[in-house]
Ligand binder design. Structure first.
Ligand code: SF4
Ligand code: SF4
Length: 123
C-alpha cells in the first residue's frame, strides 16, 4: 500500500495522479499531489514506475498501511529500485534490467480509461 510521498523530491509532474487506477492522489497546483485516499491503494506499484523523481514509496503490504518514516525509506536504498528492476523508462535499454514489463503501459492506459468512464450503464 502507498506509504510515502517524499515532497522534497517531487517535481509536481502529476504523473502519479494521472496513472493511479484507484484515484489515490489529488493534484495540487505547483505542489506535490496530496495522498488523499491512501486506503484505496491497490498496491499495484504503477505510481512508482511512473515517478521519474523516485519520490514515491509503495510498501508491499496489501492489506494494511504500513507507517514508515522518510529517513528510513531514504536510507533503505529502495527508492527507484522497482522502476529500475522493471526495466522501466530510462532503464529500458539497459541489458541488465531488460524485460517485457514496459508492455504493461497498454494495460494501465486501458484501466485509466475505464476508471475515468465510471460505472458502465450496460446490464
Ligand atoms: S509522479 Fe512523482 S514527481 Fe510526479 S507528482 Fe507524483 S510524486 Fe511528484
Ligand atoms: S500503488 Fe497503484 S493504487 Fe496505490 S497509489 Fe500507487 S498507483 Fe495508486
Amino acid at each position: 500500500m502507498i506509504a510515502l510521498l517524499l515532497e522534497e523530491r517531487c517535481t509536481h509532474c502529476q504523473r502519479c495522479v494521472q496513472i493511479c487506477p484507484a484515484l489515490v492522489f489529488d493534484a495540487r497546483p505547483d505542489a506535490p499531489p496530496l495522498l488523499a485516499r491512501p486506503d484505496d491503494c491497490q498496491t499495484c506499484f504503477a505510481c512508482e514506475l511512473y515517478c521519474q523523481a523516485d519520490a514515491l514509496y509503495v510498501d508491499p503490504s496489501v492489506l494494511n498501511r504500513v507507517r514508515v518514516d522518510a529517513d528510513t525509506v531514504r536510507a533503505s536504498g529502495l527508492l527507484g529500485v522497482y522502476r529500475r528492476d522493471s526495466g522501466w523508462d530510462e532503464w529500458a535499454e539497459a541489458p541488465r534490467y531488460a524485460n517485457q514489463h514496459w508492455r504493461m503501459e497498454e494495460v494501465f492506459a486501458r484501466g485509466r480509461e475505464l476508471a475515468q468512464a465510471g460505472p458502465s450503464k450496460a446490464p
